[in-house]
Design a protein around this ligand. Structure first.
Ligand SMILES: Nc1ncnc2c1ncn2[C@@H]1O[C@H](COP(=O)(O)OP(=O)(O)OP(=O)(O)O)[C@@H](O)[C@H]1O
Ligand SMILES: [Mg+2]
Length: 298
């Protein structure tokens, strides 16, 4: 039997996909957090973004996906020539961008199956094929299949939520995926299963299809053992202050941020940031505004 995950096309233009972030500046509540971020992610590449707590990693992820509440003060985000900053979050998803949230949202009344079936239909895919794909992905990730029909993320363990995000990625087959601390909450076996699944997606397929491009936000080198990073970037003080190969993550483990980028950029301390959990009204979690269920075309 043909593996269903290797036959679906990635959205967007044929051939290689490119996400280009240039001079991106953004803030929230009058505070500038991103102060000129430059990063390019191509099909098949894995870029890790590391950085101290509160340095703006989740802000970057949210701004890329279009979460309301952030002020974009400069720069551009372009996917395959399309200006993402001009699009709504669902349009960005249709353009091929995917975000695995640091704190996945609980959505009572909507199952994972409902979500993926609706997404597949919206993308013009046959929704009756989706059920089999979901089951295959759940098996790959050792996710209890009973969770597929339960309300999305409701009462799931931290690890189950992250597997859930990975399953969505496997079924939706985006061009570029932003993973915001996918590794947090996963036990060793689950981490390996999720990272291997995503690593497999980054490989080109036999029919000439391109591999997934990944921007993986993480604090730990262990994710990068399985999800092999081509480049590691350190975000501090609102910009990428260091870029290098996988050895940079190891150097970081030895020296800490203070040793690597200096105490000022490592600390930046205006107090430890408070993690704000998502709610049904703000599925990204954190300082958002706006109604995620509002008709984006209205
Ligand atoms: N509504 C808000 N008002 C003021 N500051 C905010 C608001 N929301 C976020 N911030 C600040 O923005 C900064 C960046 O937060 P962000 O969540 O992007 O950090 P992070 O790098 O993802 O951290 P972590 O590693 O802990 O996940 C933090 O200092 C945070 O306190
Ligand atoms: Mg974060």
């Amino acid at each position: 039997m043909t593996d269903p995950t290797t036959t679906a096309e990635r959205p967007g233009t044929a051939g290689e996909h490119v996400l280009e972030i240039a001079g991106l500046r953004a803030g929230v509540a009058g505070k500038e957090i991103l102060r000129g971020v430059d990063l390019t992610v191509r099909s098949g590449e894995v870029h890790a973004v590391m950085g101290p707590n509160g340095s703006g990693k989740s802000t970057l992820a949210h701004v890329l996906m279009g979460r309301p509440g952030y002020e974009i003060t400069g720069g551009s985000v372009v996917l395959d020539g399309v200006d993402l900053l001009a699009l709504t979050p669902w349009e960005r998803a249709q353009a091929g961008l995917f975000l695995a949230l640091q704190y996945p949202t609980e959505v009572p009344g909507v199952s994972l199956h409902d979500l993926l079936q609706t997404s597949a239909r919206a993308a013009g895919r046959r929704s009756d094929d989706i059920t089999a794909e979901i089951a295959a992905e759940a098996e790959r990730l050792a996710l209890d299949p009973r969770l597929i029909d339960r309300p999305l993320n409701v009462d799931l363990s931290g690890g189950e939520k992250k597997k859930n995000e990975t399953l969505q990625l496997g079924v939706l087959r985006p061009a570029i995926a932003v993973l915001d601390e996918l590794d947090s909450g996963l036990d060793v076996d689950a981490l390996r299963a999720c990272a291997r699944r995503i690593e497999a997606e980054t490989q080109p397929v036999a029919d000439g299809g391109t591999g997934l491009g990944v921007l993986a936000i993480t604090h730990y080198n262990r994710l990068l053992h399985e999800l092999r990073a081509d480049a590691v970037h350190v975000l501090a003080g609102g910009t990428i202050v260091r870029s290098g190969g996988p050895e940079l993550a190891l150097e970081l483990e030895d020296s800490g941020y203070a040793g690597l980028v200096g105490p000022e950029l490592a600390g930046e301390d205006e107090g430890t940031p408070v993690a704000v959990r998502p709610t049904i009204d703000d599925p990204f979690g954190g300082p958002g505004a706006g109604d995620p269920f509002a008709d984006p075309l209205a």
